[in-house]
Design a protein around this ligand. Sequence first.
Ligand SMILES: [Zn+2]
Ligand SMILES: [Zn+2]
Length: 133
Amino acid sequence: MRERLREQPDLPRGVRGALPGAVDEALGQAARRIGGAAEKLARVRAAQQPGSCTAWWGICPRCGPTLRTEDGRSWCQECGAGWGYDRSQGPCGEAATFLAMDAQGGTVIVCAAHGRHMQERLDGGLLLAIPTL
Ligand SMILES: [Zn+2]
Ligand SMILES: [Zn+2]
């Protein structure tokens, strides 16, 4: 493995530098087309959904994954908001504002807090604001 890496020093950078402008342009167009298709899909999905976050674990709607749960009740360690049930174990249910799409094209609609949290973890995926109707 190490040998093979040494044989191709900085290959991606070299290739990118050698791309004629036309290829860069084509890649840009493809990216925009994919973005456009995803956005259309986002609108369709958004219209089909009842409009609440489908994440399967709770989160503080203001702060993110900062919940603590003990004895069947949860609270946020950041802002102190509390819930009288184990919020970390159930579906989130906050109003959905984003559609997250993973690299395989699977989608899930999520609230703002989940969206922010997922944004950093979407590897090759997309996070789209659901258009308000
Ligand atoms: Zn909070
Ligand atoms: Zn959520």
